[in-house]
Design a protein around this ligand. Structure first.
Ligand code: DX5
Ligand code: ZN
Length: 220
């Protein structure tokens, strides 16, 4: 299995965002996770297009945009223009999920769908083969620094079994409460892309990134 780290800039120092992004990318993080919140789908408001566009010149890392936004289809073209590589939308936020996934793919981007903790993985059965990534939320979305919800591990296991059974090349990403202390258990459950906000930016971001990458290589 090939594992990837996606540091979430939500926990970074916004006064030094460019430098923080460069730091984790140079330390080996392949993805930069960008949490866009609209104050409607989730309670909080984070940042949007201008911030993502400004960061694009700081790194060649993959821009992994997590849209916690109602009806995100309204913004996927703008996100592409700002430099998004992967766009993940919430199943719960899309009235026409199939249409939004195809919109993303037609733009030549990778498409992910996120599921809140209480949404069953069966919600994606009909479109699993069209996806590049499924994001299993391991906290309720909206804030960084929350506690990992243990039952979500069963969803990761179930999804890994389904993806392998169908022989699909779909990544399984986890997001929320992921740290160097619990990441091995989540790897064992079958996830391969790990979002980490406070676990990376809550300390020496380069050292924390390397710590995750060392755990990954010990399991490969
Ligand atoms: C939560 C966001 C996460 C958040 C994770 O709604 O989607 O990406 O930044 O933060 P930590 O890793 O601190 O739980
Ligand atoms: Zn996220």
């Amino acid at each position: 299995m090939y594992y990837k780290l996606a540091p979430s800039i939500l926990a970074a120092d916004f006064g030094n965002l460019g430098a923080q992004v460069r730091t984790v990318a140079q330390a080996g993080a392949e993805y930069i996770h960008l949490d866009v919140m609209d104050g409607a789908f989730v309670p909080s408001i984070s940042f949007g297009m201008p911030v993502i566009k400004s960061l694009r010149s700081c790194t060649d890392a993959v821009f992994d945009v997590h849209m916690m936004v109602e009806e995100p289809g309204r913004y996927v073209e703008d996100m592409k223009a700002c430099g998004a590589d992967i766009i993940t939308v919430h199943a719960e936020a899309c009235t026409h999920l199939d249409r939004v996934v195809n919109q993303i793919k037609d733009l030549g981007l990778k498409a992910g769908v996120a599921l809140n903790p209480a949404t069953p993985i069966q919600a994606l059965d009909c479109i699993l083969d069209q996806l590049d990534m499924v994001l299993i939320m391991t906290v309720n979305p909206g804030f960084g620094g929350q506690k990992f919800i243990p039952y979500t591990l069963d969803k990761v296991r179930g999804l890994r079994a389904r993806i392998d059974q169908l022989g699909l090349p779909v990544d399984i990403q986890v997001d929320g409460g992921v740290s160097a202390h619990n990441v091995k258990e989540i790897m064992d459950a079958g996830a391969n892309v790990f979002v980490a906000g406070s676990a990376v930016f809550g300390g020496d971001a380069a050292a924390r990134t390397k710590e995750f990458l060392e755990i990954f290589s010990s399991m490969e």
